[in-house]
Design a protein around this ligand. Sequence first.
Ligand SMILES: [Zn+2]
Length: 352
Amino acid sequence: MVFGIKRKSLCCILFLAVISMSVSLNITFVEAATASYLIDLEDFRWNKFSLKVLVDMNEWSTYNYATAVHGALDSWVKGIWNYTRTYNNMTPTFNFLFYVSNVNSTGSYDIIISFSQNEFSQNAVGLTSYRWESKSHLPITPIMINITTYSVTADNLFIKNVAMHELGHALGLGHAYSQDTTNGPELMYSTSTMKEAVYPSTLDVYGLTMLYNGLFSQTIQLPLKVPYVMLAEGNIPSQDQTFPKDILYLITNKLEVFFTNPQEALYQPIILLVPSMLLMIIALIFGLLLRSGSKATLASITILIFANYIALIGSNLTSLGLIIILLSPSILIGASIGGFISYKITRRSIDS
Ligand SMILES: [Zn+2]
């Protein structure tokens, strides 16, 4: 480290107007038949996976943006997996551990992603800053990624696309030379309209393969036998197959837990106290009227199911399940008390 040369590099993605995109489309089309597909590689690569990735929340971010970043990481995992399976190349087994500040943050991170109000300079919407140790070709952690949210007006697809591009830099890729693959935009091109779904290309993953085989700071050409395409999301094997579970599914499971806003998760049971008290009273009245706890329970649950059936429109099954779990005991308690009271009253009137 003492004698190692530290270098710092900034890489960014620029926002390109739709007009200039349509002009350059013709040029790309003409080139397509003969062009070689090239990408620059950086001078560093990771020597370990999983990478610990933190989304550092601030006033310019939302939980949806954090989810979008997770989606970008996910697309890299899926892209690399699809490429490896299709072309049988040895690619690095990329996986990551995902953290969000104030939710599940720990200590040290490999990559930190944060959000800014505005563009950085010259229409740059994303910025990755990295340093590395030149002898070992190892990055000095953390690599910092910054993404503009245009004062929290940017949509999730925009954030996902910019994050995916910048993460490509954080993995050690430079920029690709072509603006488009044969079936969609090139993720690692220096400019983008950022308005359509984009995924890593065969060139991007081939570049990673070469970089992790030790070809530092070179311009790599996609072999002719490999088609130049954007890798799709699909073809990921299901959980019970040989897919290493800690790459994707563990994270997906965590995501469902972590991505409820912590405050929301706290308030939800408190909010549910009011309807649960109401249902308890209804069940109690039923119990009194029907003079039977079990009949009152059935009647109350019927009402609950009917109410939830209406609430289901615009809601989801998870929250429905939560509601039923939290509300059902109150119905049972209410009905039991009602049934018990009416039974006692009845007994007393018979006794006297
Ligand atoms: Zn870039």
